[in-house]
Design a protein. Structure first.
Length: 334
């Protein structure tokens, strides 16, 4: 049986506020747990159209309002930070909510260059240390036993018996290679690239080297989701995300996610329609039956049993219904 998980980026619809949408994210996590979803992740994006950029702060709030669902980051943009501090944050989260914490990490900046410059203002080096940072995370989260590490003996506290699961997020062979060579989990961001990554995931599994973190490979694939009672209704709801992505691609200012009624009035050009068609490769749009069939096919193509789904809609109730319909179609929980 497929495992379904949720990534909520806390997008702010036009007319709403960050505070309201943060409340909705918490409500959605509680609903996801009742419906039988496997994980609930929150993201780091330094953008005005999203409700937050600090998953390490939102995770404990969500975990405290749920009881069984795994909670994690999708993801922490590691190059901005000290691997040691990230390890301390997530060791503490694991101590507070043992067996429920995922540490998803990514290389991307997660925002505009101005935000990146501010985040890295006092860094003395700007060369790529991402691979070293991942190794450092493993070092700190597994007890700091490597006698050759440059910070030999330094432990990330608290000193506990369990550890969060590390997931490398990416849409390329490079990130998959980092995950496989370090023996950690890999999440392929189909919803970012729009390109089929079956060969990337296959190479990750074939090249996987068992580690102190885990003995066997684990993969998941991420898509945007728009699910409704019918294919026609889903197509209508999807116009909101179509326009949002289009505005990002064109560098247009957005005051929030538009309703489908507002989005359909956007002055699309022929080029815009082409961009929309290309962006649809990042999404699963349709009725529960349509989306279920697509996921089952993708599961075979990717040879994976877990999908991470993100929904961007103007109406929170439509978003909730989207996840409810899919959970019912898969029989996640009666």
């Amino acid at each position: 049986m497929l495992k379904l998980s949720i990534l909520d980026q806390t997008p702010i619809p036009l007319g709403s506020s960050a505070q309201e949408e943060l409340e909705n994210t918490t409500k959605l996590a509680q609903i996801a747990e009742r419906l039988g979803y496997h994980r609930f992740w929150v993201s780091e994006h330094h953008l005005e159209t999203l409700g937050h950029s600090s998953p390490e702060i939102l995770i404990p709030h969500i975990a405290s309002h749920t009881s069984t669902i795994r909670v994690g980051s999708g993801g922490v943009m590691l190059p901005h930070y000290s691997a040691y501090k990230v390890a301390e944050n997530f060791r503490l989260l694991e101590a507070l909510y043992p067996g429920r914490i995922d540490l998803g990490v990514g290389r991307a900046p997660g925002g505009i260059p101005l935000a990146t410059n501010a985040l890295q203002e006092h860094k003395h080096t700007y060369h790529d240390t991402y691979e070293e940072q991942i190794k450092d995370l493993i070092y700190y989260l597994t007890g700091s036993q490597d006698p050759n590490h440059r910070f030999r003996g330094l432990k990330a506290m608290p000193d506990i018996d369990t550890k969060p699961t590390i997931w490398v997020l990416g849409s390329s062979g490079g990130s998959a290679g980092l995950a496989s060579s370090n023996g950690i989990s890999y999440a392929f961001a189909h919803f970012i690239s729009g390109q089929h990554g079956g060969s990337v995931v296959s190479r990750y599994k074939q090249s996987f080297q068992p580690s102190e973190m885990q003995r066997t490979p684990a993969s998941m694939i991420a898509f945007f989701l728009v699910c409704a009672e019918t294919d026609e209704e889903a197509e209508q709801l999807a116009t909101s995300i179509d326009v949002q992505f289009l505005q990002v691609a064109k560098g247009e200012k957005s005051d929030g996610i538009l309703s489908p009624e507002q989005a359909i009035k956007y002055p699309f050009t022929p080029t815009d329609h082409q961009i929309v068609r290309e962006n649809r490769n990042k999404m699963l749009v349709g009725s529960p039956e349509t989306v279920k069939a697509k996921l089952e096919t993708l599961s075979e193509e990717y040879n994976t049993d877990e999908f991470m789904l993100a929904s961007i809609m103007h109406d929170f109730h439509a978003k909730v219904k989207s996840y409810q319909l899919l959970a019912k179609a898969f029989g996640l929980k009666d």
